[in-house]
Ligand binder design. Structure first.
Ligand code: AMP
Length: 479
């Protein structure tokens, strides 16, 4: 099928050509005709399938056809999305597709001042792309009203629920006029999402499913590396050094702190990289994303929530530095590569404590992830053992010494049975085996003064300055 065969007006056909699309993707082919007829749609589609154009083009066409005009402080189409990055990207798409029309678009999201957004709404807008929190905020301030709405799109519904937006969505839906066309998209369709969809869509919506639910895109080549947690950085560095073809690399990790740590490791190794996560300002996130898109940096490290909004073409490799505990997230992550018919590679690191997540992911995707190049382990520095000391340090005071000792012993046992417990040349590395016992045995079991160093407390076990001051005060009171 060709775009010309779809009943789209000339300005839209021109725009499609201008952005370089030749043939509609399957979701576009299957959605656009029904949407042009005014039907509601339930779409099960991953990002990268072309779903934005699948809903944007027919909405623009119907906005052009309707002959109505926008009124001040209202919008005619509302696209609700979970993250600001995604909202910006979807508005960019609308702008590109509407470039030869007089249709107006704007985008509102939190984390930035609301004054310019309110200004853009004063005269009303045809297409409003929004995140739920800021939308409700501006509705509360009477900067915009939904009473003239003709089209409502809820995109990334599963992620919306994951991010706790369900109440905000219900509030928005309650404000919508009954006579509207609804589009509901989600990458996965568990019962909870279906229930939500039934409260938004009119009966018997058209259902379009473009990839089997929770199945990774087949074009993605996958590799698995079983590796100790503390050697993941070294493995990532080594793989990047060995494979210059890894040009545009997206690395997923679980925590913001972890993302910053990976950036530090890679920067030390001379790899150009940046992190995006919730603690970074909107400007820093946009800058990092921009640099990644135009290949000024080779690696972008992201947490799942921040990454949800990333739409970057040609991501060559996706790394699961940490496996997600929510297994469906794995599908979203690796769907960032192999977009728009291109090839892609997804590489997953699995530490001993992530084995159960790996099993869950393989079960969900019905794919056994093949092991990567085993010779890489020989090139890594030997693993360092987790000691009771390091565990206590990492727990920042939340773990007692006994607990840390028990956990360290447990980790050592687990590592013993894990493939990655090898030093250079694949030999089992025993060098650090007893280090932990030495450290622990030398340290006093509690916070008593150590006779070996003249009665001073071990530095690591000394109370903090505020506690010391309190102790001094209570001693002087007692005296
Ligand atoms: P989406 O799933 O909407 O995030 O789109 C993923 C990528 O595919 C975006 O970069 C789009 O520009 C691109 N795309 C969408 N439709 C087409 C098409 N018909 N032909 C080629 N690329 C497309």
């Amino acid at each position: 099928m060709k775009f010309e065969e779809l009943s789209l007006a000339n300005p839209l056909q021109r725009a499609v050509r201008a952005v370089g699309y030749e043939t509609p993707t399957p979701i576009q082919e299957r959605s656009i005709p029904s949407l042009l007829e005014g039907k509601d749609l339930l779409g099960i589609a991953q990002t990268g399938t072309g779903k934005t154009a699948a809903f944007a083009l027919p909405i623009l066409q119907r906005l052009l056809d309707s002959g109505k005009f926008r009124s001040p402080k209202t919008c005619r189409a509302l696209i609700l999305l979970p993250t600001r990055e995604l909202a910006i990207q979807v508005e960019d798409c609308f702008k590109a597709y509407a470039q030869f029309t007089a249709i107006s678009t704007t985008c509102i999201f939190g984390g930035v001042g609301d004054a310019p957004q309110k200004r853009n709404l004063i005269r009303g807008v045809d297409v409003l792309v929004a995140t739920p929190g800021r939308l409700l905020d501006l509705i509360g301030q009477k900067a915009v009203s939904l009473k003239k709405l003709e089209f409502f799109v809820l995109d990334e519904a599963d992620r919306m629920l994951d991010m706790g937006f369900i109440h905000d969505i219900r509030k928005v839906v309650a404000m919508l006029p009954p006579d509207r066309q609804n589009l509901f998209f989600s990458a996965t369709m568990p019962d909870e999402i279906l229930k939500l969809a039934s409260t938004i869509l009119r009966p018997n919506p058209v259902r379009v499913e473009v990839a089997p639910q929770s199945t990774p895109i087949e074009r993605i080549r996958q590799e698995l590396y079983r590796i100790d947690k503390r050697r993941k950085g070294a493995l990532l560095k080594e793989l990047l050094a060995e494979h210059p073809e890894m040009k545009k690399v997206l690395v997923f990790c679980r925590t913001k702190h972890g993302a910053d740590k990976i950036v530090r490791v890679l920067e030390k190794a001379g790899v150009k990289c940046a992190a995006i996560h919730g603690n970074k300002s909107q400007n820093r996130r946009q800058e990092a994303l921009g640099n990644f898109k135009c290949e000024q940096i080779r690696v972008l490290v992201a947490t799942d929530i921040a990454a949800r909004g990333i739409d970057v073409d040609d991501v060559s490799h996706v790394f699961n530095y940490d496996l997600p505990s929510e297994h469906e997230t794995f599908v979203h992550r690796i769907g960032r590569t192999a977009r728009a018919g291109k090839e892609g590679v997804a590489i997953s690191f699995c530490s001993p404590d992530e084995e159960s997540d790996l099993r869950g992911i393989e079960k969900l995707t019905r794919v056994k992830i093949p092991e990567g190049d085993q010779s890489i382990y020989d090139k890594l520095p030997p693993p360092q053992k987790e000691t009771a000391e390091s565990m206590m340090r990492n727990s920042r005071g939340r773990m007692s010494r006994e607990e840390a000792q028990a956990r360290a012993a447990e980790t050592r046992n687990k590592q013993g049975s894990h493939k990655d417990n090898r030093g250079p040349r694949g030999r089992k590395d025993n060098r650090n085996e007893n280090r932990e016992n030495v450290t622990v045995q030398n340290a006093p079991a509690d916070n008593t003064p150590n006779p070996q160093n003249g009665g001073r407390r071990h530095r690591r076990n000394r109370p903090g300055s505020r506690a010391r001051r309190r102790m001094r005060e209570s001693q002087s009171q007692q005296q």
